[in-house]
Design a protein around this ligand. Structure first.
Ligand SMILES: Nc1nc2c(ncn2[C@@H]2O[C@H](COP(=O)(O)OP(=O)(O)OP(=O)(O)O)[C@@H](O)[C@H]2O)c(=O)[nH]1
Length: 395
């Protein structure tokens, strides 16, 4: 069953447990999944139970036993055909549910028609066997109590009408039959009502559980997102970077495809903070992060805040040329932000970054930690050489 849409509030303990219209398709799926095999089994059992009464007919009403055999044989062939067609080709759960009550009405009518032609003195006693029809009509129903009620009324009308016709001038006999019949009718109706109610209840609580699971799943995803995102710059945080670096490393060990790491650090950021204030420093960090994400927007790589004013970028590139090209673009884009920084000692007047970068298959790199250490060393080198530049590990 597909996850149903939010059903909105519904009564959890009402007497009717009506299924909201929006949930009807999901309810039908639920019934098909949970009740179809029961409905099929009970239809088959009832069909064979109906046919087995030929033996009782032979003993109690032998004068019509042969006709009964024919009629029951024809009806069972039709009945089994209907069961096959409905359960094989139809998706209507209402049809599956009401097939037995409908067959029951037909069986009741034909059984009484047969009895009317018998001269057996046991007919008045045998009439009591008709109770089985009302029991079969109600015990198998799982979806529509209203349908079961309508069929029960039809069967009761057929039974009581025929009992009256078969007891001419014997109102006491009819009354005794009715007194025995009516409690069976109430009892079987009560069973069909509780059965249909239980199915609806089970479905609604299943929906509730699924909704709670979906909410929990969403909450979990949100938590995971929060746990792996840097609160200030909205790029991945250090925890996410560590996990991604290890994952990239193990993937490259398996498929042999190289990736690259770069560490980028904002130049003279302490001076920036000191002169423009911490809030302006925060804004600068956000702009630099945004610029990196924007530059990497074609899925070439992912940026993380490594700590303080330092960023790490994992790139899906395999050659030094590609790596150099992307790093130079990153440095150029940050410079193009033109964030004023008039207090740096090197004469420039805007914010820049320095970068240390290496491919994962660089000669000196044996592990993810080596790669990180290598980029850190190269970043230091870029700072030493005058900042606003990249130092690349030789391929
Ligand atoms: N506004 C702001 N400042 C931060 C944040 N995290 C770290 N910093 C500041 O970043 C500065 C880093 O300074 P340093 O490590 O001395 O480096 P630098 O001044 O950039 O010098 P170089 O890296 O050598 O170019 C410190 O002043 C930190 O307070 C932050 O989240 N917001």
């Amino acid at each position: 069953m597909n996850a149903p849409e939010d059903p909105g509030p519904h009564r959890s303990g009402g007497w009717t447990q009506a299924i909201p219209t929006g949930l009807q398709p999901a309810f039908e799926d639920y019934v098909r999944k949970h009740c179809r095999s029961f409905l099929l089994a009970i239809n088959l059992i009832a069909a064979f139970a109906y046919f087995s009464y030929v033996i009782a007919d032979a003993l109690v009403v032998p004068d019509i036993a042969m006709t009964s055999l024919w009629v029951r044989s024809i009806l069972i062939v039709i009945g089994l055909g209907n069961i096959f067609l409905v359960f094989r080709y139809s998706r209507s759960v209402l049809l599956m549910d009401q097939l037995m009550p409908i067959h029951d009405i037909i069986s009741t009518v034909t059984w009484f028609e047969l009895l009317k032609h018998s001269q057996s003195p046991d007919v008045p006693t045998y009439l009591y066997a008709s109770m089985i029809f009302i029991v079969l009509c109600n015990l198998g129903v799982r979806v529509s109590f209203k349908g079961a009620l309508a069929c029960s009324l039809a069967i009761s009308a057929v039974i009581l009408g025929n009992v009256w016709a078969l007891h001419p001038g014997d109102p006491k006999g009819v009354m005794v039959f009715a007194l025995v019949y009516l409690p069976v009718l109430w009892f079987s109706l009560f069973i069909s009502w509780t059965n249909t109610l239980s199915v609806r209840r089970a479905f609604l609580s299943d929906v509730e559980v699924r909704c709670q699971q979906a909410e929990l799943f969403e909450l979990n995803q949100r938590l995971q997102e929060l746990a792996s995102t840097d609160g200030l710059t909205r790029v991945g945080n250090r925890r996410a970077f560590d996990a991604q670096l290890l994952s990239n490393w193990s993937r490259t060990q398996q498929n042999g495809r190289a990736f690259a790491l770069l560490l980028a650090d904002i130049d003279f950021f302490k001076a920036y903070n000191d002169h423009y204030g911490h809030q302006a420093g925060d804004m600068c960090l956000k702009q630099v992060a945004y610029s990196m994400v924007h530059t990497l927007r074609h899925g070439q790589g992912k940026a993380f805040r490594y700590g303080g004013e330092e960023f790490a970028v994992l790139l899906q590139v395999s050659t030094l040329e590609e790596l150099r090209h992307i790093v130079e673009r990153l440095i150029g884009q940050v410079a193009a932000l033109n964030i004023e920084h008039r207090h740096r000692p090197d004469g420039l007047d805007h914010v820049t970054i320095s970068v240390g970068a290496s491919l994962s298959r660089s000669a000196e790199v044996r592990s993810a930690q080596d790669l990180l250490a290598c980029c850190d060393r190269l970043l230091y080198q870029a700072k030493q050489q005058g900042r606003n530049q990249v130092c690349l590990a030789p391929g």
